[in-house]
Design a protein around this ligand. Structure first.
Ligand code: PBG
Ligand code: ZN
Length: 335
């Protein structure tokens, strides 16, 4: 419906801003701890809690140091974690990703034993597991170009997702932007008896410079080239809707847009078009910028973060994956 100012004779919007309780009453969106998912980097080895240089306050954690982190997450009532694994051994196909004794599988079992009520979402991809750092095995074309082999990646993705489900993952989240990935994973899960495990698809994931710090943390920087043949072009919005439509048709239960800040228009369009549960990934570079400015005393970190995440809610985002989760949960508790 077109907006007609003439139909709204009250011309003093400040009336509703005059009292803090009135502002509370008319507030349209609220950020709550229930909206948050906290990403964790599980690293091979023992007794390791290594701060990531470009992500102050975030760590690579070994399995034996995971428990203390999980206790904090539970204490703060954050509903879930998103797991990334950095294995000791990498190879051309990322075979360790689907190992039932692999790092994410072990972490999942550990968490479900310690805190069964905490949601474990696993990132399903190969970039941390391949020696070349791409999101699947490579194919060499006759013209000399090298690319990820889309269709060879699909059954491997299904194997990895099933392995995560077998370890107890509550949700699997494929992030590689392979065509057909959701369908392949859904089929694989169903065939293995995991019909109840939902798929959160990184449906609209853009080839972004904001992933830089993550690649330090996950040691997943591509050894050559970039991810532009599988991740989306930052200039495209209509295409993001097509990506979401495909993933929903293939059985995605929830969809994600990533990164968040520069893509809130995409989030809004997805929400309005499809009316499905929508997640956004507030990625590593977005986190790093805030932390750097805050460390210099240039911004008020708490206010900036709460304003940004409230903006995500306003854009139509239901689920926020963010490295700020622990801080935000504390701030919201303090009120
Ligand atoms: C790749 C993947 C990426 C992130 C998570 N999984 C991006 C990439 O390396 O292309 C980025 C998350 C972040 O920046 O916080 N499957
Ligand atoms: Zn990947």
């Amino acid at each position: 419906m077109p907006f007609e100012a003439a139909r709204f004779p009250i011309q003093r919007p400040r009336r509703l801003r005059s009292h803090p309780k009135l502002r509370d009453l008319v507030r349209e969106n609220r950020l709550t701890v229930d909206d948050l998912i906290y990403p964790l980097f599980i690293y091979h080895g023992r007794d390791l809690k290594r701060e990531i240089a470009s992500m102050p306050g975030q760590y690579q954690l070994s399995l034996d140091r995971l428990g203390e982190m999980v206790a904090q997450v539970v204490e703060l009532k954050i509903p879930g974690v998103l797991l990334f694994g950095i294995p000791e051994h990498k190879d051309a196909t990322g075979s360790r990703a689907s190992d039932d004794a692999g790092i994410v599988q072990e972490a999942t079992r550990l968490i479900k034993r310690q805190a069964p009520e905490l949601l474990v979402i696993t990132d399903v991809c190969f970039c941390e597991y391949t020696d070349h750092g791409h999101c699947g095995p490579l194919i060499h074309a006759t013209d000399g170009r090298v690319d990820v082999d889309n269709d060879a990646t699909l059954p491997l993705l299904a194997d990895q997702a099933v392995s995560h489900a077998r370890a107890g993952a509550d949700v699997v989240a494929p992030s590689g932007m392979m065509d057909g990935m959701v369908g392949a994973i859904r089929k694989g899960l169903d065939a293995a008896g995991f019909t109840g495990v939902p798929v959160l698809s990184y449906a609209a994931k853009f080839a972004s410079a904001y992933y830089g710090p993550f690649r330090d943390a996950a040691e997943s920087t591509p050894a050559f080239g970039d991810r532009r043949t599988y991740q989306m072009d930052a200039a495209n919005g209509d295409e993001a809707l097509r990506e979401v439509a495909i993933d929903l048709a293939e059985g995605a239960d929830m969809v994600m847009v990533k990164p968040a800040l520069a893509y809130l228009d995409i989030a809004r369009r997805i929400k309005e078009t499809f009316e499905v549960p929508l997640a956004a990934y507030n990625v590593s570079g977005e986190y790093a910028m805030v932390k750097a400015a805050a460390a210099n005393g240039w911004i008020d970190e708490r206010r900036v973060v709460l304003e940004t995440l409230t903006g995500f809610k306003r854009a139509g985002i239901d689920i926020i994956l963010t490295y700020h989760s622990l801080d935000v949960a504390r701030w919201l508790k303090e009120g």
